[in-house]
Ligand binder design. Sequence first.
Ligand code: IMP
Length: 226
Amino acid sequence: MPRRLERGARLVLASHNPGKLAEIAALLAPHGITVTSAAALGLPEPEEDAPDFSGNARLKALAAARAANLPALADDSGFCVAALAGRPGIHSARWAGPRRDFSAAMARVQSELGENPDRSAWFICALALAWPDGHTETFLGRIDGSAIWPPRGTNGFGYDPMFVPSGKTLTFGEMTAAEKEADTHRARAFAALRAACLAPLSSAADRETNNATRGNATRGNATNRQ
Ligand code: IMP
């Protein structure tokens, strides 16, 4: 039985990114959960040195939960290319360098792929919930598609302009925020977390948040290639 977060709970988001705080706070509010950021509490950011997304999400969530003595939520995500053995994977942000140049990161993906006809790629998001006693629950969301070249679109961030999800024609970089967010690795991971750990929504609140969290996802970290 997964451990649940009851209505009225206060949660720390183990991220210093204000965009993520707003997005996660909006997803959790209908479940009666309020969110404070690790930055607001002055918590340090731990080294992300685990070998996979789930491990990194877990270590960030555990560090925040222990430091704040509250349940904590952390995420870790990245872009994986089959013909590159899943790289850049957990190193997705690092491939952009200190200047966060994602044009250069995408060019590196293309240069390493060369003429390889296998363009299969996917995004992964791991979400970890941790409690101060060390208990954790981890969820993975994955969205499959193709790494295209040249990149298309100026919306979104990171590797969005070179990723077309399976069954679609637009890249994430060409989609509106609402089109992208309707079905992403993050939405899928959150749907799994919601089903396992959050109090049910009232039907009105459910209708409002349904679009943001629709999709498939998996619980645990055993089988997904990262
Ligand atoms: P983090 O989980 O915030 O550490 O993000 C890791 C990196 O993965 C980001 O810097 C992006 O490069 C990449 N990434 C994660 N999710 C997405 C996405 O939805 N679109 C594009 N790039 C993403």
